[in-house]
Design a protein around this ligand. Structure first.
Ligand SMILES: [Zn+2]
Length: 78
């Protein structure tokens, strides 16, 4: 039995993926866990934090930003 292995060395690059959604912003209260919900910009979640603080007295928040990347092969000498 003969086993043949092929190894290919290549360079990969990582860049921001602009083919789909942009970054997604969410704010979460660190006291009760309530969430602002997802938004396309940070202003909505930030406004939600202020309203939540005013309504509950909770003052700690976690900002979660999800970004998307795409790996692609880089052409060049091997
Ligand atoms: Zn809260």
């Amino acid at each position: 039995m003969t086993t043949r292995e092929v190894w290919r060395y290549a360079n990969w690059a990582l860049s921001t993926d602009t083919s789909g959604s942009g970054p997604i912003y969410v704010a979460e209260c660190t006291s009760c866990g309530e969430s602002s919900g997802a938004a396309d910009d940070k202003e909505g979640p930030e406004t939600w934090c202020l309203k939540h603080a005013g309504g509950t007295g909770h003052t700690g928040f976690r900002s979660v930003i999800t970004s998307f990347f795409r790996a692609s092969l880089v052409e060049g000498p091997r």
